[in-house]
Design a protein around this ligand. Structure first.
Ligand code: AP5
Ligand code: MG
Length: 189
């Protein structure tokens, strides 16, 4: 089974390219952001806890995320693979993911790291704000999310490199081309 981590700053295309990979390879897709937003929408206890963090552009405490993840992953074990979109985001989460996979005889197959310049990221998210109205898509919160990403999540690149699973993709202005590059890479695994 393929276990694919899709990694990058807010707006880098994690969700967009996950959708392309699901279509191409029939993978299951775990977007921790989508899972959390669904909890908020459903008004669950967890949703009430996490809302404040998301609205402030801050990460949800690791213990909540790790519990949620294992439950969702176990419901996807009979498919061709799973895409992790938005997880891990801290070293603690990365280690927890490694342990969780190991306990199930699995490992991270590849980490797709998406490199996109910050002005393009901001432009995409402000455009999305007008269409989807996500609570964290306003200029002030987007800036906080960038900061959280560079302080807490970006350092994970070194961790993935040490695990020997890092693969880099840089957006150069052509969406179709980067999707093609990612699909070719995954097809070659
Ligand atoms: P999450 O929902 O994961 O948000 P994010 O990381 O900020 O990323 P986005 O979903 O905004 O962007 P994306 O990379 O998916 O890009 P997309 O494809 O949409 O997390 C939200 C919050 O939840 C976090 O801040 C945190 O509070 C919490 N959380 C989630 N996971 C957590 C965890 N593990 N631990 C703790 N807390 C956690 O693309 C962006 C837009 O650009 C789209 O509208 C797209 O259509 C458009 N676009 C235009 N051109 C392109 C192109 N060429 N490529 C890609 N997209 C393009
Ligand atoms: Mg997303």
């Amino acid at each position: 089974m393929d276990n694919i981590v899709i990694f990058g700053a807010p707006g880098s295309g994690k969700g967009t390219y996950s959708t392309a990979l699901v279509k191409e390879f029939g993978y299951n897709h775990i977007s921790t952001g989508d899972v959390l937003r669904a909890e908020i929408k459903a008004g669950t206890k967890l949703g009430k806890i996490v809302k404040g963090y998301i609205d402030q552009g801050q990460l949800i405490p690791d213990e909540h995320m790790i519990d949620i993840l294992a439950g969702v992953y176990d419901s996807m074990l009979d498919g061709p693979g799973v895409i992790f979109d938005g997880f891990p985001r801290t070293i603690v989460q990365a280690k927890a993911l490694k342990d969780m996979l190991q306990e199930r005889g699995e490992k991270i197959t590849i980490t797709i790291n998406l490199n996109v310049s910050e002005d393009v990221l901001m432009e995409r998210l402000l455009r999305r704000a007008k269409i989807e109205g996500r609570a964290d898509d306003n200029e002030e919160t987007i800036k906080k999310r960038f900061k959280v990403y560079y302080n807490q999540t970006y350092p994970l690149i070194e961790w993935f490199k040490n695990e020997g699973v890092l693969s880099e993709f840089t957006f150069k202005g052509d969406t179709n081309l980067i999707i093609k590059e990612i699909i070719e890479k995954v097809a070659s695994l």
